[in-house]
Design a protein around this ligand. Structure first.
Ligand code: NDP
Length: 498
């Protein structure tokens, strides 16, 4: 048994136990009664806690966001600043986030067990997202004038910020999945109330500190903490104009139902079960270099990763051997060590879910070539041994359902059409990759995949391009001008041309 020794980094974690929520530019004690404990999933130590805010706290946060939005009649609201002025704030915020990179990374890793090699990218990535949306100021300032088809007049299409937005995030990337919403919302002129996931309520506080240091006016960003039922109250709050959510498909459906009833705009980034379509001309060495980042990033807890590998029959055994050897050789252990590739599952519940999927794979006849339903080899922590299943068939649960852990399924196909059909044979439509020695052919095949994003030979999301799930993977888009538009409401002003 390996044993993980907790490194004495808690001294570097600015937020641990706190009573506060952030409303109207200040930290203040929440008035709710319960608390949420924060556990290091590598050691099972409880090292932090946050309050569960009350409905009164929620009302205060939403009211503060409304005042900041409109200016409450006595000053310019956030919506009234020019896009260039708001971009200035975003650029300062990006700089302030970067100054806090180490604390963000360590807090993130202590909350959810993301290997520090992963969490150390969070601040830089967040800063880059803020800078990208700041760069869209010009787009908002460019007049959009459209003549009437009969030439009798013209329409000026204005873009108004939607208003007060609820931002609800999951635990797997607690910084970036907030910032992917916060940056376009702020750029558009919206104000926000953020609810982080219960396992990861602390790292996002460093974004709040950065926003304060950047001089973002009081009330523009508010942060409240509470369980899923509190998220539900936030979604349905009468003062909310739009909801942006990343999380599981079942919760996304519930939120979509509530927003449907309220006719409230909603963006949903949900789960995935994406495929790596490997063509017979693949370069296996090149694939092995990107395998973990593409198919098992963040210990398999990434929504868009290609967790189903579709292997051509003629290269099947070679591919299974390469994938097995690559995964088996990757280091699992203390996520604070820079060379750790696989950390623990983020929570006890997630560990149990992943183990249950591994058992179902074995029971349904898949062949574990590494890992499987075995001891993690650690005497504590929510570790699950990274597992590769070969001989997976399309009807198995491990082929169809999102596992959200370090489990890969390899399916065999015989013709390209069959491979494409397998890739599309899922309820989801989020990511996907194609591995081929012929980039032009891979590009053409991408158009036959029914999914929002496809990577050719690798996968990375690009802040300048839409990230949009299809089917059970969500509604709407984040990133790119499309992501900004999700926080804007058009107004057409018609006028006669003299
Ligand atoms: P959940 O859907 O359980 O929770 C996400 C967030 O919603 C949390 O803040 C949660 O709060 C909150 N919440 C729970 N119930 C409700 C409700 N009824 N109304 C409003 N808010 C609610 O997802 P997880 O946190 O477990 O995250 C993992 C899931 O997220 C995976 O399925 C993954 O695929 C998906 N995901 C999708 C991504 C994408 O971009 N498409 C990216 C990353 C993850 P609390 O934590 O307090 O319960």
């Amino acid at each position: 048994m390996s044993s993980l020794v907790a490194l004495p980094v808690t001294a570097n974690l600015p937020y641990q136990h706190t009573d506060d929520v952030f409303i109207e530019g200040d930290w203040s004690p929440a008035t709710g009664t319960g608390r949420t404990l924060v556990t290091n999933p590598a050691t099972q130590e409880v090292w932090g806690s946050v309050p569960q805010a009350s409905v009164a706290d929620l009302d205060r946060a939403v009211a503060a966001a409304r005042r900041a939005f409109t200016g409450a009649g006595h000053a310019n609201g956030w919506r009234d600043l020019t896009p260039t002025e708001r971009a200035g704030f975003l650029l300062r915020l990006a700089d302030e986030v970067e100054k806090r990179a180490e604390a963000i990374s360590h807090t993130n890793t202590w909350e959810n067990g993301s290997p520090v090699a992963e969490s150390s990218r969070a601040a830089g990535n967040a800063a880059s997202i803020f800078r990208y949306f700041a760069s869209l100021a010009g787009l908002l300032e460019t007049p959009d004038i459209r003549p009437f088809p009969d030439g009798s007049g013209e329409t000026v299409v204005r873009q108004d910020p939607i208003g007060v937005c609820a931002l609800i995030a999951p635990w797997n990337f607690p910084i970036n999945l907030v910032v992917a919403k916060l940056a376009p919302a702020l750029m558009a002129g919206c104000t926000v109330v953020i609810k982080p996931a219960s396992p990861t309520p602390l790292s996002v506080r460093l974004i709040i500190d950065a926003a304060r240091a950047a001089g973002i006016p009081a009330g523009v960003i508010n942060l409240v903490t509470g369980p899923g039922s509190f998220g539900d109250a936030l979604v349905k709050h009468p003062g909310i104009d739009k909801v942006a959510f990343t999380g599981s498909t079942p919760v996304g459906r519930t939120i979509a139902g509530a927003c449907g009833q309220l006719l409230r705009p909603v963006t949903l980034e949900l789960g995935g079960k994406s495929s790596a379509l490997v063509l017979p001309d693949v370069d296996l060495d090149a694939l092995s270099q990107v395998l973990i980042r593409t198919c098992m990033r963040n210990t398999g807890q990434t929504c868009y990763i290609s967790t189903r590998i579709l292997a051509p029959a003629q290269r099947y055994d070679e591919l299974v051997d390469m994938v097995t050897a690559t995964i088996a050789a990757a280091k699992q252990g203390d996520p604070m060590q820079p060379d750790t590739v696989f950390g623990p599952a983020a929570t006890r519940a997630q560990e149990q879910t992943v183990r249950e999927y591994i058992r179902s794979g074995v029971a349904e006849g898949a062949r574990a070539t590494t890992g499987g339903d075995v001891s993690s080899g650690f005497d504590r922590g929510f570790f699950v041994k990274p597992t590769v299943f070969a001989d997976v068939t399309p009807g198995m649960r491990i082929a169809r359902e999102e596992i959200f852990g370090p489990v890969l399924s390899i399916l065999r196909y015989s013709s390209l059409d069959e491979g494409i059909e397998l890739a599309n044979n899922t309820a989801f439509g989020l990511g996907g990759t194609i591995f081929s020695g012929d980039p032009e052919r891979a590009f053409r095949i991408a158009g036959r995949l029914d999914t929002g994003s496809v990577g050719l030979g690798f996968f990375a999301s690009n802040h300048a391009a839409p990230f949009a799930g299809r089917h059970d993977s969500g509604l709407g888009a984040e990133f790119g001008p499309e992501g900004l538009k999700a926080y804007l409401a058009p107004q057409s002003v018609h006028r006669r041309i003299r």
